[in-house]
Design a protein around this ligand. Structure first.
Ligand code: ZN
Length: 65
């Protein structure tokens, strides 16, 4: 899966694959500088090893955003 990591808040979002660049499903990063976002391709179990918070709107088991 493709995710977008907000390096400032250390939060993981799901990448909106229907859009170009680093847009997220929840849109929470629309106003964040693209320089602060990283698009990462991971397999789902690896999400736990990133030590970042999951976005509550992109992930059912996530926290805040
Ligand atoms: Zn999100």
């Amino acid at each position: 899966m493709n995710i977008v990591l907000n390096e400032v808040t250390n939060t993981i979002h799901k990448h909106d694959t229907g859009r170009s660049d680093r847009q997220t499903v929840c849109g929470a990063t629309n106003h964040v500088s693209q320089d602060d976002l990283s698009r990462v391709t991971v397999i789902e179990p690896e999400l736990e090893t990133l030590h970042a918070s999951k976005c509550g709107r992109c992930f059912d088991d996530g926290g805040g955003y």
